[in-house]
Design a protein around this ligand. Structure first.
Ligand code: MN
Length: 414
């Protein structure tokens, strides 16, 4: 930081991607988020944080359930006694209109919401004052920028042109916000919030709907040096992004898919008196996500070995992995899952994979084979040849097939 710059002292907490209402295979995460909010409340109080930034994807769905909405308002009420300004921007999962609906009401609680890009860019600029009433910081609270925000009055063009226009549109929007802020509030430092996909970062499986694929990735160096800090949302893995100023994804505070089960979850704390580089604070893990895979016997052993624990139920994904296809194993897996009762654990998904892939019918015949040339019995026999049955079982299955074929013929199906 240049020495001639006036230092002010403000503690700012950056988080994003709450995805309220998100479910893991039908299992809701309300309890997890409540525990996070309790922890967040204590952190804000203890560290005397006066500004909380939520950089998009507040909700998981554009039309959230009433449960998710309740949790949102309950959270804002819980943070109310802290004397902490809250700024919330919309992400690609959020509906701008839905987030904006209670905007005026929330403003009365010192909660500022920018659901989508407003017609007047000035509305995105939120002045932050010290307790003594001095203007200290401008937050350029830019939400997720949609195609319509970025490409106004443009003719339909090629895909590549369209991406280029979007990238140029993002840059222009951030440049304009910085310029406007400098005109309205000369010499006041600016911090930007953004919800977008930047080039060259690590992602995880739950980040669906990434802005029209990799090619639209915005290079963060294009943000320039207008801002002191850029608080990013959209990517669930916390990380620093290459740019001219400190630019960070805080990541999501909770794991939102099994692929994030061993990721660190964090919030970022800025102390402007010292630096614009944030301190990364680990969010406690409130729930374990477990993935168990292997042959049936191994699965059984692993489930038996699970120990009692305190805390929220551990969610388990099970994958049966066997070499040879065997329908009986699928039934055994179903039985294992249905019969699994252990306090503190819940199997939320199970599936079977067989590594010796079966060839499907189309792969069994030459390409020019016509359906009329095939006899049902021969097709079935060819299919049977792929299995290793003992002769007795094989004979039983073939007899059963013959019986069915006979019925089908009588009914004119074959
Ligand atoms: Mn997002």
């Amino acid at each position: 930081m240049p020495l001639n710059e006036v230092l002010f002292s403000m503690k700012i907490l950056h988080t994003a991607d709450w995805h309220l209402g998100k479910k893991l295979h039908k299992h809701d995460l309300y309890e997890d988020f409540d525990l996070f909010v309790n922890w967040l409340h204590d952190l804000i109080k203890q560290k005397k944080i006066s500004l909380l930034l939520v950089s998009g994807d507040v909700f998981d769905l554009a039309n959230p359930s009433s449960g998710a909405r309740q949790q949102y308002y309950r959270t804002l009420m819980k943070l109310r006694d802290l004397d902490c300004t809250v700024i919330i921007t919309g992400g690609n999962h959020d509906s701008p209109d839905m987030l904006n609906a209670p905007r005026e009401l929330l403003k009365a609680l010192d909660v500022h919401v920018l659901g989508g890009l407003p017609a007047d860019l000035g509305e995105c600029l939120i002045p932050i004052y010290s307790k003594q009433g001095e203007l200290e910081l401008i937050v350029a609270a830019l939400p997720y920028l949609r195609d319509a925000d970025l490409r106004k009055n443009t003719e339909a063009s090629s895909y590549e042109d369209r991406l280029e226009q979007m990238r140029a549109g993002i840059k222009t929007t951030f440049d304009q916000a910085a310029q406007l802020s400098t005109e309205l509030y000369p010499k006041v430092p600016i911090l930007a919030m953004a919800h977008l996909f930047t080039a060259g970062i690590e992602t995880s499986a739950s980040e669906r709907d990434i802005q029209i694929g990799n090619q639209a990735a915005f290079s963060a160096s294009q943000f320039g040096d207008h801002f002191k800090y850029i608080a990013l949302g959209h990517i669930h893995k916390p990380q620093r992004v290459n740019a001219q100023v400190p630019t960070y994804y805080s990541g999501s505070p909770l794991p939102l898919s099994f692929s994030e089960r061993s990721d660190d979850k964090r919030v970022l704390l800025l102390d402007t008196a010292h630096s614009w580089t944030p301190e990364s604070i680990a969010v406690p893990s409130f729930r374990k996500l477990l993935k168990i895979s292997g042959p049936l016997e191994r699965l059984r052993e692993k489930l038996d070995a699970l120990q009692l624990h305190n805390g929220l139920d551990t969610l388990i994904e099970i994958e049966l992995k066997e070499a040879q296809y065997d329908a009986a194993k699928i039934i055994d897996l179903d039985d294992l899952v249905t019969g699994f009762i252990k306090p503190g654990y819940e199997i939320v998904k199970h599936r079977a994979t067989f590594t010796k892939q079966q060839r499907n019918a189309s792969q069994l015949y030459a390409e020019d084979t016509q359906l009329e040339d095939l006899e049902p019995k021969d097709v079935f026999q060819k299919r049977m040849d792929q299995h290793e049955y003992d002769p007795e079982t094989e004979q039983e299955i073939i007899s059963a097939f013959d019986e069915l074929l006979e019925i089908a013929k009588q009914e004119n199906f074959a």
